[in-house]
Design a protein around this ligand. Sequence first.
Ligand code: ASP
Ligand code: MG
Length: 439
Amino acid sequence: MSPARPPVVLKFGGASLADPARVASDVRSALAEGAPVVVVASAREGITDRLSAALAHPRSVSRHRSTIDELRRAHPGLPPAGRRQLERLGRLLRQVEATAGHDAPLTDRVLSQGERISVHWLSADLSARGLDAVPVEADHLGLITDNAYGASCILFERSRVAVRRGLHRLLARGKLPVVTGYFGRSLEGRVATLGRGGSDYAAAGIGAILGASRVELVKRHVAVLSADPSEVPDARPIPELSYEEAEELAQFGARVLHPLTIEPARAQGVLLRVRSLDDPSVVTTISPARPGRRNRALTMLGPLRLLRLRVPGGRQRPGIVAEVSHRLADAGVNLVQLYTSSALLCLVLEPPQVVAAIRALAPVTREAAAMVEGPHAVTLVIAIGDGILDDLDRLPSAAVRGAEGFSATPRALSVAVPEGRGPEVLRELHRALVSEAPR
Ligand code: ASP
Ligand code: MG
């Protein structure tokens, strides 16, 4: 049975859980709108880091004990079902000690315990405050993912029926489901995490599956800003973004959003809202593009390495770009950015992948007499915003002087600058495109 009104999904990040009274009143105001509410929760702040540190020391029994103690202290008043999850974590860590080998599914099981314990704790707390909360573990609910442990993707078609049925059943009984973020169940039936920060993605995915009217990503005091304020002191909040702008921003490394968060919401037309629990005036709404709206956001990615691949007679070899990308992909090398002209391809990579990339390109250099030059240490500075090509005349020439690459689409432009110049170019571009630009 579907609820009469589309639900609202509220996702609370780890830091926001430090104030459960506020979480409860936040949930109450959403319920007061008359729509059913589904809560998605992260692990408490620092807990996932703590669990990965325990995994990084697989034989350290004492570290594992203190991890359990820390989780217990972080979740006062944990109900019996939550305490069983804590005991389960103890058993999993003993398994880690016994095997000490790297086992991705076991790693993901350990990492998922932070969210499991969190939803048991939060549900008990919200219930004590008069809300009818029920903890829901996403793998049991039937949120299905692929088998890419540690960075898995939600499989929407496979998840739809079970997730809808399970949550609708609770909503029909007037319950407040409190669902774990961050993980689901793989096709092999094992726990699979969605990558760090994956609770945003889980919440957007659940919202898309339920046809929610909106998904709110509630952070403690984080906002979507025009740039990282530690690099750009006059960065300002961005009240609205299109799905496409937000996706570019997330993919280009703005840490506020998990890179896969936007697509499920966009595909189902679910409104996303990123807001601060501490300051209700700090909100970014992510929705379809509107003509005439002008948003500009800047990010910086680095340290990176740029390889120049010179292909003599490049234009006569139309398949060269495809061949280069296939060879890199086959070698597991992720191309962060590609700048091309007719006989020159500039490949931007993560530093640890340079050796593999050069090796993968060896056949091209032999057959096509191409030459690889570099690596050059670079930082990418990226400016995002629908219609950004209209701003080209505002670009300060200093920003592109001596650059190793530059490219633009109507939505984003990127410039690869020598590594040390990243922060300065970021500030220059921010001044020109944000601070001194017409609003
Ligand atoms: N707890 C997980 C992490 O810290 C997922 C999340 O918080 O979104 O990465
Ligand atoms: Mg977290």
